[in-house]
Design a protein around this ligand. Structure first.
Ligand SMILES: Nc1nc2c(ncn2[C@@H]2O[C@H](COP(=O)(O)OP(=O)(O)OP(=O)(O)O)[C@@H](O)[C@H]2O)c(=O)[nH]1
Ligand SMILES: [Mg+2]
Length: 445
């Protein structure tokens, strides 16, 4: 039988309430030993909150609530007990020490959720989405994580795996009755299912790539010659006077990142130093940093000043920008008389008058995500899951190459694919993956 685990489930630090929980068969006995309440029967009713006293020492009691959850309808699937005590690190620690004294052991990070997985309460992808929910910073990210928790990803992967099982059954039957015509029909049917799987996996890869932007946002570097209005644009985009703006060339020296949200996606704007030949040591470092920001950004806003001719605001890296698909040309200061030649695909704006600023956000959004993300339908996949999908893609290529080989080779590869996909939902036999995932949890979850 599994041991009883305990942990403080609320964040450490000052707060009104701390929750300490126990999981494992036998935790009810510990509750009876450490907690007394005049309203609690000898065997407490499940899901009832009892007010009583937690015995910390000989004559030392803490007034608190306790609740008993009866297996199997609990988070972990085992009997559970929760104590709601007054906030504060020391008190919670004392309660924990007492529980350990009574036979419980301190839980590993993620052990509660790992038990939920082992007891069949959740699948592996759902467990991972719980990490996502805990770490979610934006509303969109949270909703998409919840999508996985509801089992959307599990359903997709399971149905793919079912298709593969069907393929294996068909091949098995053919190998038992190896007449020519049956083999050909089976081959056609199997490769039809494989084609569908290929499309599904391609779609999941797109979702996984968008997940990165849902989680971390889109990084956008604002670059251009000095004085074109990059810092003014940053301020206008985030709706705050954050960056210093002056009419002196070379005002911005360091990179400055500020974020705002558009349709639930975080846009991280990076203001940079104006790029020009400079002898000033500090400015030169700033310009190097600007070039670095350029190379790591998802989108580049190349800013030009409408009131000056192009020759007056050339930057050395312009060629580099022109070959990049993720560059948007922004023509600023359109409130002034225009001297700049027309630019291909330009967006005319005025940072000073806040004109056409939302248009930039919209362009960035669709340039990166291609289509609008419906968070209620989105599925958030993490880097590990994306890597598995790429592995699945490789195996699919091998399966396609096996078309002309004997069917048992195809069958072996299909089994590999089945196992590979199983690493997403946990329906595979790899203990290491499972341990690795649960170690990412915080204590007490
Ligand atoms: N008329 C007009 N002036 C603007 C506009 N945007 C910026 N400016 C002015 O242009 C000057 C330079 O603006 P900044 O935002 O500091 O330009 P920058 O590109 O960040 O400059 P550096 O940091 O030196 O590279 C300031 O005097 C701004 O007020 C605009 O849309 N219209
Ligand atoms: Mg600036």
């Amino acid at each position: 039988m599994k041991n009883i685990i305990c942990a403080i489930s609320t964040p450490m630090g000052k707060g009104a309430i701390s929750i300490v929980r126990l999981s494992g068969n036998g935790c009810l006995e510990i509750l009876k030993k450490v907690f007394t309440s005049s309203s609690m029967p000898i065997t407490p009713l499940p899901n009832m909150l009892y007010l009583g006293k937690f015995k910390l020492g000989e004559n030392l009691f803490e007034k608190c609530f306790a609740v008993y959850f009866k297996s199997p309808k609990t988070y972990t699937g085992e009997d559970m007990v929760e104590f709601q005590i007054h906030g504060g690190t020391i008190l919670a620690q004392k309660v924990l020490e007492k529980l350990i004294e009574e036979g419980a052991t301190l839980a590993e990070p993620g052990e509660f959720t790992k038990r939920a997985f082992e007891n069949g309460k959740i699948s592996l992808d759902m467990a991972e989405s719980i990490i996502g929910e805990i770490n979610a910073e934006s509303e969109g990210e949270l909703k998409a994580s919840l999508g996985v928790a509801e089992g959307k990803l599990y359903k997709k992967i399971s149905s793919l795996q079912n298709g593969l099982t069907e393929c294996l059954a068909k091949i098995e039957a053919t190998l038992d009755y190896p007449e020519e015509d049956i083999e050909q029909t089976t081959r056609d049917e199997v490769f039809e299912i494989i084609k569908n799987a290929e499309n599904e996996i391609k779609n999941l890869i797109i979702l996984a790539k968008n997940s990165q932007f849902i989680s971390n946002g889109i990084n956008i570097a604002i670059v251009g010659a000095p004085n074109v209005g990059k810092s003014s644009l940053l301020n206008s985009l985030i709706g705050q006077e954050r960056a210093i703006v002056t009419d002196i060339e070379g005002t911005t020296r360091d990179v400055l990142t500020e974020s705002t949200s558009y349709k639930g996606i975080k846009l991280n704007f990076i203001d940079t130093a104006g790029i020009r030949e400079s002898k000033d040591t500090v400015e030169k470092i700033g310009i190097d940093r600007a070039k670095k920001a350029l190379s790591t950004a998802d989108v580049i806003l190349y800013v030009l000043d409408a009131s000056r001719r192009e020759e007056e605001q050339q930057i050395q890296i312009k060629e580099l920008l022109l070959n990049n698909n993720n560059v948007l040309t922004i023509v600023n200061k359109c409130d002034l008389e225009r001297k700049l030649q027309k630019q291909p695909n330009e967006i005319e704006i005025s940072a000073l008058k806040d004109e056409n600023i939302e248009k930039i956000k919209e362009k960035i959004y669709f340039l990166v995500l291609k289509e609008e993300i419906i968070f209620d339908k989105a599925i958030l996949l993490n880097a590990r899951q994306l890597q598995i999908l790429h592995e699945a893609e490789d195996i699919l290529n091998q399966i396609n190459e096996s078309k002309t080989f004997s069917m048992d080779i195809t069958a072996m590869l299909i089994k590999n694919l089945w196992n590979c996909l199983g690493k997403i939902t946990g329906e595979c036999e790899n203990e290491n993956i499972i341990d690795l995932i649960f170690s990412k949890f915080c204590l007490g979850k």
